[in-house]
Design a protein around this ligand. Structure first.
Ligand SMILES: [Zn+2]
Length: 145
């Protein structure tokens, strides 16, 4: 994509975009017909991807971000440096509210969220922009034994 070079090389946006676009093709979205792909870059440099998986019992379906996070955790990693999502929306397609909280669980102070369309990056957000004054693991300090 032509606009990938605008972003810092360490964000590996081209690779994340390619990974998200590839997995988007495998999305199971027979009900919404809205395939989404997500790719996560971790501090170790690994990339984990996921797609949305819908279900005939609609609320049981899972977002692409949830799939990518599950793949990351299954691979033994628990920190997100960058997460990039791709969808075919005409508008900027950002993470849903639930996924903002899912990403927040594994976010670092520097985590960035790239929102892409088929043409490339449409917007970039910090965690604080997408989920201001959020609740995270540190809020449980002192309350979990
Ligand atoms: Zn979501």
């Amino acid at each position: 994509m032509s606009n990938m070079a605008e972003y810092p090389v360490e964000h590996r946006v081209s690779e994340l975009f390619a990974a998200a676009k590839a997995v988007q093709k495998n999305a199971y979205a027979p009900y919404s017909h809205f395939p989404v792909g997500a790719a996560i870059l971790t501090p170790s440099g690994r990339i984990h991807a996921g797609c949305n998986v819908e279900n005939a019992a609609y609320p049981v379906g899972a977002c692409a971000e949830a799939g990518a996070i599950a793949a990351m955790v299954a691979a033994g990693e628990t920190a997100i440096s960058v997460i990039l999502t791709i969808c075919d929306s005409i508008e900027v397609g950002t993470c849903c509210g639930g996924c903002r909280q899912r990403v927040r669980e594994f976010a670092t102070a520097d985590t960035l969220i790239y929102a892409c369309g088929p043409d490339g990056v449409r917007a970039v957000f910090t965690m604080e922009q997408l989920l201001p004054t959020s609740f995270g693991p540190e809020n449980l300090n002192g309350f979990v034994s």
